[in-house]
Design a protein around this ligand. Structure first.
Ligand SMILES: [Zn+2]
Length: 346
């Protein structure tokens, strides 16, 4: 039985959230909602910085709390501001009227890097990459402060699992894929396999300053989803991502298994290492392959010609593997990356 005083506190918090009055320093309110014993879904915003005019940078947040203790799953989109695949995945999940969970709490933040999102840029206006800045600091650069705010959110919300949704950089396309580090623990491996992508990159090396590195160090299970292209909504990548999030919820026991989700699972290509095939010459690319194609060592991937169509050379694969990303702009300078290939795990 919840006493009337507790109910009043919860009611007050919900009222504040609904009115948009929760501030970054009020993360404790989020914590209290997660302790509620009744199912609660809240739409609000959290402050992740400020603008030059003094106004707050407020990112929308949807909190879905089951009313029962359990895993705390935080799902982030657009840490790179122009990578809107994740934004769309979260938008579709949050607008699903039948979306509910039976244990734990889900936090959905469709856009983390609001300044980059507004300007259709991967970076922040200070040219820093947010995903090279974690854990950030409260008195550092704009990127450092945003990173710091997100880390405070992870701490206060007691997040146990992060799904970080990305796409390829601009003028590139990524095959839907999961990147994770199995050595982080059995849970990470289980969730990576449950997501439903056809490719999993299980690499133990992580980039300094990335959210992945922070989660690894902090014992938070972490999945990085890649799919599609910056500034584009690729329907396949969005669909795989949405189904992947639902599958992760199933795997975490946060909702009953859904037989419709199982049906998208397919054979998984496991890899521990990937590399880029680069343009040997400048010119125009005629691709013979695309993301998702299996390629053999020495196989022709495409051809480079000059502006009048005269062949300059072939692009071949130096290794056997699967193409997990490709350039979408055929205008090449020598050295430009063309195909991203994952090698089969041994
Ligand atoms: Zn990214």
């Amino acid at each position: 039985m919840v006493c009337s005083a507790t109910m009043l506190i919860i009611y007050t918090i919900i009222t504040l959230l609904l009115s948009g009055q929760i501030k970054a320093t009020d993360y404790t309110a989020i914590q209290k909602i997660a302790q509620s014993t009744s199912p609660t879904t809240i739409t609000s915003s959290i402050v992740l910085g400020s603008r030059a005019d003094g106004s707050e940078l407020r990112s929308p947040i949807r909190i879905v709390h089951s009313g029962n203790p359990g895993p705390v799953l935080s799902i982030f989109g657009a840490i790179h501001g122009d990578e809107i695949t994740g934004t769309e995945i979260i938008r579709r999940i949050s607008s699903n009227p039948s979306f509910s969970i039976t244990t734990g709490t889900v936090y959905l933040i469709p856009v983390v890097n609001l300044p980059g999102f507004y300007q259709n840029l991967r970076y922040l206006p200070d040219r820093r990459d947010l995903n090279r800045t974690f854990p950030g600091s409260s008195n550092g650069s704009q990127a450092a402060r945003l990173a710091y705010a997100l880390i405070q959110f992870l701490k206060i919300s007691k997040t146990t699992v992060v799904v970080d949704l990305h796409s390829a950089a601009t003028l590139r396309h990524n095959l839907p894929q999961i990147r994770a580090t199995y050595s982080d623990g059995e849970l990470t491996e289980k969730l990576a396999q449950s997501f439903g992508t056809s490719v999993i990159l299980n690499s133990s090396s992580v980039i300094d300053g990335s959210l992945r590195a922070y989660c690894k160090k902090s014992g938070i299970a972490y999945l990085l989803y890649e799919g599609g292209e910056a500034s584009r909504i690729d329907e396949t990548s969005v669909h795989v991502g949405v189904m992947g999030v639902y599958s992760v919820l199933d795997a975490l026991g946060m909702k009953p298994p859904d037989p419709d989700i199982k049906s998208i699972q397919k054979e998984i290509f496991y890899s521990r290492k990937s590399f880029w095939v680069r343009a040997t010459d400048s010119g125009i690319l005629n691709s013979a392959k695309t993301s998702g194609d299996l390629v053999s060592e020495g196989e022709t991937l495409g051809q480079i010609t000059d502006l009048l169509g005269v062949k300059i050379g072939d692009i071949t694969s130096p290794q056997t593997g699967i193409i997990i990303g490709h350039v979408t702009n055929p205008i090449l300078n020598a050295g430009d990356p063309i195909f991203h290939i994952a090698q089969p795990a041994k």
